[in-house]
Design a protein around this ligand. Structure first.
Ligand code: RIB
Length: 309
């Protein structure tokens, strides 16, 4: 395991072994399909976001749980290889490492997660709490227990970024720490009970989350880009037109890149712009972390990005 002396982004979250099948079309209920190809790679929203943050800021640390099994060792080794600090990844005895079964067809996907060790956390250790307190930016998602997310939000002295995915209710006490909470259209609709189908309705729903206490809100809108709102104002960053080959993990790329950009001092509008550029590249090739562009490629995409609407 490797360690980084001063992480800029600490991601507290899930790590899975992704088993990805490429299909001609997504299966209908009751249907059996033969895959065109199968591959295994590191995944989990937390791990993906840590890799994306590492690419942008070069100092990301991952706090998570794996099983004491071969998959767990493979997952940690893969994060190490990608430069993410893993000294705060703990092995859980008697639980398998998390796994995700992903089907991809025509740029769309379905994902079924077996949470395994991701769902078994005790309290945060002293070392984990210290790392969280010291980090400029702390990132969580909803693939780990609520109590861990609440503790991380409570301990965070920098910016707390919550990717509220997969969708489930978020306590107002956690929401009040979010700067920002990041959601896609469906998650925003689930969180607010509002219909969300484009920038205007997304902005209305995002303002409702601000009224509930969120310090900032970002909503990704697929081809329509992303909207953001915080104390400084609001905006709508449009996406470039690209051919979407595989969107799996593009949301995680967005979250990790945005968090890293905040950690090095950018404001929310600038961070959203960077994250939109990064995600627009990753959707153009297959895979999750393997499709994440390096900083030069993100910079080049940034030059091609349309201005805010
Ligand atoms: O967001 C994509 C991720 O969701 C996959 O890597 C999978 O592991 C699930 O957590």
């Amino acid at each position: 395991m490797t360690s980084s002396p001063a992480p800029l982004v600490v991601v507290v979250g899930s790590v899975n072994l992704d088993v990805v099948t490429e299909l001609d079309h997504l299966p209908r209920p009751g249907q059996t399909l033969i895959a065109r190809s199968v591959r295994r790679n590191v995944g989990g929203k937390g791990a993906n976001q840590a890799v994306a943050a590492q690419i942008t800021c070069g100092a990301a640390s991952f706090v998570g749980r794996v099983g004491d099994d071969a998959d767990g060792r493979e997952l940690v080794a893969e994060l190490d290889r990608r430069g993410v600090a893993t000294d705060l990844v703990e092995k859980v005895q008697g639980e398998p490492s998390g796994a995700a079964y992903i089907a991809v067809a025509d740029g769309q996907n379905t994902i079924v997660v077996a949470a395994g060790a991701n769902s078994v956390w005790g309290a945060l250790s002293d070392e984990e709490s210290t790392a969280i307190e010291a980090a400029p930016v702390v990132v969580c998602q909803l693939e780990i227990p609520d109590a861990v997310i609440a503790a991380a939000a409570e301990r965070c002295t920098g910016r707390f970024v919550l990717n509220a995915a997969p969708a489930r209710p978020v306590a107002d006490s956690v929401l009040r720490r979010c700067n920002p909470v990041i959601v896609n259209e469906n998650e925003l609709a689930d969180l607010t009970g509002r219909a969300v189908d484009g920038p205007d309705s997304a902005l209305t729903a995002a303002r409702e989350l601000r009224a509930r206490g969120a310090l900032g809100v970002v909503a990704t809108l697929g081809a329509a880009g992303a909207i953001w709102v915080d104390a400084d104002g609001h905006g709508h960053q449009r996406s470039p037109r690209v051919e979407v080959v595989d969107s799996t993990g593009a949301g995680d790329q967005f979250v990790g890149a945005l968090a890293a950009r905040l950690a090095v001092g950018h404001g929310l509008a600038s961070a959203v712009r960077w994250a939109t550029a990064a995600a627009s590249v990753s959707v153009q090739s297959v895979g999750t972390v393997d499709s994440y562009p390096d900083v030069d490629a993100i910079d080049a995409a940034l030059d091609r990005l349309p201005p805010e609407a």
